[in-house]
Design a protein around this ligand. Structure first.
Ligand code: HEC
Ligand code: HEC
Length: 378
């Protein structure tokens, strides 16, 4: 009974946190997110679950190797409302794993209800990311992690306040000591959060299984879509390449450049004229779950994304020369979308939730991992 009240209260807080009265950008009626892992092979074909990786083998900066203790702490912090003003919001509020670590909205409202301009990027493939944010302004995941806490339009809390709150929780006192040999610290939060993000892996996608010789993992349409994707006809591979389907480079494909005051993206970081309107090539992992698309959430469906490329993007003085009209047939477009849907697979969040050092009751973890609540209990 007590748990139910806590759960209900949390849901209420989350709902109000996400729909504050000061919304600046009205929400559009978006299509319901595509059912998880419903690739064309059918929703009944249960995909393999992602196991916990060998932490020692995960690529990480020399001063922050991934360890189990950091991942456990990072998992708990990811769902920790104390990181926000009034304990109202967690990282998972915006990066909701049941929506591909995004929020199924054009942009996001912070604790005060004010919305930012940018679409919430997924966390999938974080381990393959060189720089963070749409414009790459954070050099590492460690630097990124403290940003949302202090950002007035996100969690709007001060780091000293967060540390004070965490110091009052026996779990954090003990866990920071065990992992970093100190009490709760900003550096510890950043390192643990980055380690959790790097340890977040996915089961092999239908595309990866197909690559390894499982010929039935993708249907005929998806296979034809794959060939278009990697050919001079589709050109997608020119930027979306590698394990996370991104070359990590900043490119202007014209999105938003027809607005009166376009978001200049990478230009704000480098001040180089050729970077006007350029954004980081995003990962395509679990892309069918993260609608709407692009840095401004301006494209609702994968079909419309393909139409954007087919017409040659949106003309502007800094448009990347690789973006040209494609003249794809209707079936080529449909097949490309079918292929994009083959880049989805379940993640290992549930497996990470079973690590012993998280010290939460399994039913609490289950409630978080299944998305029923997006916060650890107070
Ligand atoms: C209010 C919603 C919101 C909350 C809360 C939030 N984020 Fe984000 N996050 C965003 C948005 C929006 C962006 C993109 C901003 C940009 O590119 O300018 C982002 C970007 C990121 C990125 C970069 C991803 C990439 O591909 O470059 C990471 C990593 C991230 N957030 C982690 C976190 C962590 C860790 C927390 C909790 C401490 C958190 N976020 C809380 C909305 C949120
Ligand atoms: C010249 C580089 C380049 C090429 C070629 C390219 N993309 Fe992209 N793609 C990008 C960039 C950069 C973005 C983000 C742009 C923005 O938000 O302003 C993007 C965004 C996307 C998105 C939305 C991702 C999200 O999370 O919002 C999808 C889906 C996508 N591309 C698929 C494709 C497909 C399919 C093709 C081939 C038809 C393709 N791309 C060709 C660079 C490229």
């Amino acid at each position: 009974m007590k748990t139910n009240i806590v759960l209900l209260a949390s849901v209420f807080v989350l709902l109000t946190a996400c729909s504050g009265g000061l919304n600046q950008a009205p929400l559009r009626n978006l299509p319901a997110p595509v059912q998880r892992f419903n690739v064309a092979t059918g929703p009944t074909a249960a995909p393999p679950l992602a196991p916990v990786p060998d932490f020692g083998s995960i690529p990480a900066p020399a001063d922050n190797p991934v360890t189990q203790g950091k991942v456990e702490l990072g998992f708990r912090l990811w769902f920790e409302p104390r990181l926000s003003a009034g304990n109202r919001m967690t990282c998972a509020t915006c990066h909701n794993h049941t929506m591909g670590f995004s929020n199924a909205q054009v942009n996001a409202a912070g604790v005060t209800g004010v919305r930012g301009d940018r679409n919430v990027p997924t966390i999938y493939g974080a381990v393959h990311q060189r720089e963070s944010f749409w414009d790459g302004r954070a050099k590492t995941l460690e630097i990124q992690a403290l940003g949302p806490i202090e950002n007035p339009i996100e969690m709007n809390e001060s780091i000293p306040n967060v540390l004070k709150k965490l110091e009052n929780v026996p779990y954090y006192q003990q866990k920071f000591k065990e992992v970093f040999g100190t009490g709760p610290s900003a550096e510890g939060i950043a390192k643990a959060m980055a380690s959790f993000e790097r340890a977040l892996t996915m089961a092999p996608t239908p595309y990866e299984r197909f690559q390894k010789g499982e010929t039935t993992a993708m249907n005929e349409a998806q296979q034809r879509g794959m060939r278009t994707f990697f050919s001079g006809r589709g050109r997608c591979f020119m930027c979306h390449q590698g394990q996370a389907f991104t070359n990590q480079l900043y490119v202007n494909i014209g999105v938003g450049m027809d607005k009166a005051n376009p978001d200049l993206g990478r230009f704000n970081v480098t001040k180089m004229p050729w970077d006007r309107g350029s954004f980081k090539t995003p990962t395509l992992l679990n892309i069918s779950q993260t609608a709407p698309y692009m840095h401004d959430g301006s494209i609702d469906t994968l079909q419309d994304v393909v139409e954007h490329y087919n017409k040659g993007g949106i003309k502007n003085e800094a448009l990347d020369p690789r973006i040209v009209p494609l003249n794809l047939s209707e079936s080529e477009k449909t097949e490309l979308v079918a292929f994009l849907r083959a880049l989805s697979a379940p993640d290992n969040l549930r497996a990470l939730g079973k690590l012993p050092g998280i010290h939460l009751r399994q039913d609490h973890i289950e409630a978080m991992v299944s998305g029923r609540v997006l916060r650890s209990p107070e």
